[in-house]
Design a protein around this ligand. Structure first.
Ligand SMILES: C[S@@+](CC[C@H](N)C(=O)[O-])C[C@H]1O[C@@H](n2cnc3c(N)ncnc32)[C@H](O)[C@@H]1O
Length: 272
């Protein structure tokens, strides 16, 4: 009989401390079984580490940082899809329509971009809205703490089963190439050309020299406690243009969080 390998409460707390140090996210106690399950990618019979203790020791001694990245990757949630929470893309469309002739440049940021659907949806919205986009100073920065999702995003290859229902035929025809053999939709280079994917922990120092018109920080803050939420919101505030916007996920709330932004509607906030 094969003994199951368990994660003790004590070790769970140690992993939680490390994860907080690496990502700024606090793991609640009820996440223990989820953590045990997700770390079993590394731990077990015929896995690189035989016990959770062994994995923990390797993690704290990890000099290259590769193991640490893998650890953060498996513990983060990457669920996303094209044009998720469509009201935000309607808002973006209106903003672009109203402002591209008035602004010298437009910058958007998809913070916590996951596998890229959000950033590419932003690029497609701009392509559909700004007729002179090619000659206009328009860029989207898309960042995440997980290198695995960034790699996926840069490739921009999505299986049709992941796209079905979220994109209409005209958008698919105009902005994707279909690989019949593999049933994949591949984002066209034109769309990709507006998006730069980069590694960035939103808790770290930001290396930006231009301010953003709109920051999409959707479905990311939910993993943070109020103190970290406040810290992130204050930092992002400094990198948004006056009268620019911050957009959170529709089901997210920052009630009880001290925020410098003014709430408008649909989880959209303005910097006044
Ligand atoms: C649920 S996805 C949201 C994707 C997309 N914004 C959306 O709403 O569909 C959350 C993403 O936030 C990223 N994330 C979590 N903590 C982060 C941090 N400290 N810095 C940067 N990205 C982080 C995760 O890796 C994950 O890809």
């Amino acid at each position: 009989m094969i003994d199951k390998i368990y994660l003790s409460d004590e070790l769970f707390n140690k992993f939680a401390e490390l994860f907080y140090r690496f990502s700024g996210i606090k793991l609640k106690d009820y996440k223990k079984y989820l953590v045990e399950y997700r770390l079993s990618k590394f731990v077990g019979i015929s896995k690189p580490y035989k016990t959770y203790e062994e994995f923990y020791d390797a993690l704290i001694k990890d000099l290259s940082g590769e193991l640490r990245k893998g650890f953060v990757q498996v513990l983060t949630t990457n669920y996303t899809y094209f044009f998720r929470e469509g009201v935000h893309f309607d808002f973006l469309r209106e903003y672009l329509k109203k402002n591209y002739t008035k602004m010298d440049y437009i910058r958007l940021w998809s913070a916590g971009c996951s596998t890229g659907e959000e950033a590419y949806s932003m690029a497609i919205t701009a392509l559909e809205t700004i007729p002179i986009l090619k000659s206009y100073d328009f860029k989207i920065l898309a960042t995440d703490i997980s290198n695995a999702v960034l790699k996926f995003a840069i490739e921009g290859v999505y299986h049709y089963s992941k796209i079905k229902g979220s994109l209409d035929d005209k958008i698919l025809r105009n902005y994707f190439v279909f690989d019949r053999a593999k049933k994949n939709f591949i984002v066209k280079d034109e769309v990709k050309s507006y998006v730069a994917f980069r590694y960035l922990n939103i808790m770290d120092k930001y290396p930006f020299n231009k301010k953003f018109d709109i920051v999409f920080l959707r479905n990311v803050l939910i993993y943070f406690d109020n103190t970290e939420k406040e810290y992130i919101l204050r930092k992002i505030y400094d990198y948004i243009k006056d009268n620019g916007y911050l957009i959170l996920g529709l089901s997210e709330s920052i009630v009880g969080v001290r925020s410098p932004f003014k709430s408008i509607k649909n989880s959209i906030y303005v910097k006044e």
